[in-house]
Write a protein that binds this ligand. Structure first.
Ligand code: CUA
Length: 326
């Protein structure tokens, strides 16, 4: 049949929207699972109502005289038009409130906490351990599976909104105010988050990845993240020298070197992240080259000025140095 192919492909395309790293319909966290349940319930219920209305409309247009008279009867108009919607919507609303009131299990008192600050147009991420040790990172969040972790959200400039659809609902990041969200991943895997409040030019390019990992892997990772950057191998020393002499350290920190800037993202382990520039680029040597030279094309208006002072060879050396910071 002529319409079979377009029909199947559009249904497939539509269903693909249900999967993937940024889909609320493919939850992998406690709160998102409840939001998912509510979503499917509402979709199923509205489908039933939609079909009933279509059938009634069909009867009203094509039905026999007797059926049409019944459809226009007062009983059906009051029952179907007033009583049913009020009752159904009240029950659904009540169930929605109930689901949302369940809340996530609360994070352990004095346990790990993660501060996330929205900045134009990236995410400053700080892991704060119970002991008070602070571990700086950026543009990526790692979480242990099965343990609720408190995420403290705020902003350094304008209002942003923190949203990882696979894990939880969205919550605004407001300057001068702290909002707390508990993330509780139920299975390991990758999720993508997106700033969900328009915050200026490249708002759409303010994204990040969340990696939920088994508890022991997470502990190992966090120790590595806490460590200073290892001194570069001999063939990359030139890249490090360029990084330090070109003034990159005025805005960026690479712990273990004299680069201590705090204006931009901490780069101590930047090569170990899945993306660059808040998920605007995949992370590899050529992406570093592009970002340093053409960052304004990759993400227009971003705060990092384009660096056109380097030769191609120098750019390559600098990029290779940054890439091995893992
Ligand atoms: Cu930050 Cu939109």
């Amino acid at each position: 049949m002529r319409w079979a192919v377009p029909l199947t492909s559009s249904v497939t395309l539509l269903l693909q929207g249900c999967a993937g790293v940024q889909s609320a319909l493919d939850p992998s966290g406690d709160e998102a699972e409840r939001i998912g349940t509510l979503t499917w319930l509402l979709i199923a219920f509205s489908m039933v109502v939609f079909i009933a209305v279509l059938l009634a409309a069909g009867v009203a247009i094509f039905g026999r005289e007797r059926w049409r008279a019944r459809l226009a009867g007062e009983k059906l108009v009051v029952g179907g038009g007033l009583v049913f919607p009020i009752a159904a919507l009240t029950v659904l609303l009540g169930y929605g409130f109930y689901l949302m009131s369940l809340g996530s299990p609360s994070a352990e008192q004095g346990g790990l906490r993660i501060e996330v600050v929205g900045e134009q147009w990236w995410w400053r991420v700080t892991y704060v351990e119970g002991t008070g040790r602070r571990i700086e990172s950026a543009n990526e969040i790692r979480l242990p599976v099965g343990r609720p972790v408190e995420i403290e959200l705020t902003s350094a400039d304008v209002i942003h909104s923190f949203w990882v659809p696979r894990l939880a609902g969205k919550l605004d990041m407001i300057p001068g105010h702290k909002n707390t969200l508990t993330l509780h991943p139920t299975k390991p895997g990758l999720s993508r988050g997106q700033c969900a409040e328009y915050c200026g030019g490249p708002h759409a390019l303010m994204s990040f990845y969340v990696i939920a990992m088994p508890e022991d892997e997470f502990a190992t990772w966090l120790e590595r993240e806490a460590a200073d950057a290892a001194p570069p191998a001999r063939n990359l020393a030139m890249g490090q020298a360029l990084f330090l002499s070109a003034g990159c350290g005025a805005c960026h920190a690479v712990r273990g070197t004299r680069a201590r800037g705090t204006i931009g993202p901490d780069l101590t382990h930047v090569g170990g992240r899945l993306s660059l520039a808040a998920a605007a680029l995949e992370n590899d040597v050529s992406a570093f080259v592009r970002w340093i030279r053409d960052g304004q094309h990759v993400k227009p208006e971003n705060r990092m000025p384009p660096y056109e002072i380097f030769t191609d060879q120098e750019l390559r050396q600098l990029a290779s140095y940054l890439d091995q910071l893992r």
